[in-house]
Design a protein around this ligand. Structure first.
Ligand SMILES: [Zn+2]
Length: 319
């Protein structure tokens, strides 16, 4: 029987996923629930409580062996685990780590979801051997995590490594953050969705029937994957350009950090990585600056949805 157990939690925009994990990183049980719309801290804590009970019950483990909870949220938090900003949730200003510690009486570690994704890949995924790693996660938007000399880099205020908001194109499309031409506004899922809908509204045609009926609905990664399989010219053109922009961003990332590895993950890469990665790599390899200096490989995430859960456990285990 495991004496020390950890729980890793990934609070996403649509679902909260959790894993019950051994100190070595083995996932013993999983549970998930829908994220309450515009969640408050109290609602998130209630969800964590339910997920915890469900996983301990299903695995036959005892709650008294819980040593810590690591939790990843889509936002920015300070070193004390107070949330400074989250989109689409009402967590801003909540001392979430303190509230969780008061409720569960175990060690708590709170981190940005993409930062934890990079940590997970470093611990047990695609970047195990590397000391300097950049993880870029393409979901609805673009999240990122930077590990320098085996340590997570979070900046002076917890807002470092937000590579999705690097400005790639001056006067480019408007981004959700208020700026223009951010990487996310050129290559995130919502950016591709915007371009696809715009083209369809302008009268362009598609081989994917579902796409024509999605005026007011999101175009999820699965539909993009289907469009790739059908070699839909409209979607292929938009995705190829978005992939090229991501490749250009990777060149700049290499110039800043000189990492051994750039790991690409997130829902869009899970579904469409077979199309995106070769274009990113081709663009990336055109950079002449590093010839003869050393290698930097661009690889796909190995842990998929588990990266954040495992990164959260790594963070709390370390604290
Ligand atoms: Zn932005």
């Amino acid at each position: 029987m495991q004496k020390r157990l950890f729980v890793g939690i990934d609070v996403g925009g649509t679902k909260i996923a959790a894993g019950l994990v051994t100190p070595a990183g083995k996932i013993l049980a999983r549970a998930k629930t829908a994220t309450p719309p515009r969640s408050t801290a109290a609602q998130v804590i209630r969800c964590v409580d339910l997920l915890l009970k469900e996983m301990f019950a299903s695995s036959g483990m005892q709650l008294k062996n819980l040593s810590g909870i690591g939790i990843g949220i889509p936002g920015i938090m300070d070193a004390q685990g107070k949330v400074i900003r989250t989109p689409n949730m009402r967590l801003t200003g909540a001392p979430l780590a303190k509230l969780l510690a008061a409720k569960f009486k175990v060690k708590i570690a709170l981190g940005n979801d993409a930062n934890l994704g990079a940590l997970g890949e470093k611990w047990l995924g695609a970047a195990r051997e590397a000391k300097n790693i950049v993880g870029i996660f393409a979901g609805t938007g673009i999240g990122a995590g930077v590990i320098i000399d085996n340590r997570l880099f979070t900046g002076s205020h917890g807002a470092g490594a937000e590579l999705g908001h690097m400005i790639i194109r001056d006067q480019g499309p408007k981004c959700g953050c208020g700026n223009q031409g951010c990487l996310e506004s050129l290559t995130g899922r919502w950016a591709m969705e915007r371009d696809i809908k715009k083209s369809l509204a302008a009268g362009k045609t598609t081989r994917v029937k579902k796409l024509s009926h999605r005026k007011n609905q999101p175009i999820k990664s699965g539909i993009l994957r289907e469009a790739i399989a059908k070699k839909d010219p409209l979607v292929l053109k938009i995705m190829a350009e978005a992939s090229r922009q991501l490749g250009i961003a990777c060149i700049s990332v290499r110039h800043i950090f000189d990492p051994e590895m750039i790991v690409l993950g997130g829902g869009v890469i899970e579904a469409c990585g077979h199309f995106i990665l070769p274009i990113v790599n081709k663009t990336f390899q055109k950079n002449k600056f590093f010839s003869g200096i050393g290698r930097c490989d661009i690889v796909a995430s190995k842990l998929g949805d588990d990266a954040i859960i495992l990164g959260a456990v790594y963070l709390v285990r370390q604290s």
